[in-house]
Design a protein around this ligand. Sequence first.
Ligand code: DQA
Length: 144
Amino acid sequence: MKKRVLVLLGPNLNMVGVREKGIYGEETAESIAQQIEQKAQQLGYQCELFQSNWEGALIDKIHEARGKFDGVVLNAGALTHYSYALRDAIACVHIPFIEVHMSNVHAREEFRHQSVISAVCAGQIVGFGKNSYFLALEALKDLM
Ligand code: DQA
């Protein structure tokens, strides 16, 4: 049976290609989403991609992932840095999560150096632009 992977994107990640192009690049969120789905297919996964700007919607999706997905690639956007609610949701579901950031958060503002979700994720991939998502999909292979 195919492994089921959820790619979960948080606030403002629908604006990639429009927002801060010097940091996130010019390629649109839609184009990157298509490539994520392609990469997941190549790896033999069944993949669903979900983006929301709402913390609660992301938490609901994480709860629903229980029993439905074998692994999650998560770019939580700015929620990464302060959302204990998101952290607790991840800890609820006992599914491997990979934390992803397109930019190198450690080379940016100080508030981005902290992640409150890292401790409940299997690992963190940061700083490779859209490739961060592809690398995370690869990394999940050995965790599911
Ligand atoms: C981000 C980094 C976060 O600090 C920021 O708030 C984002 C995007 C990234 O992918 O580099 O929205 O998660």
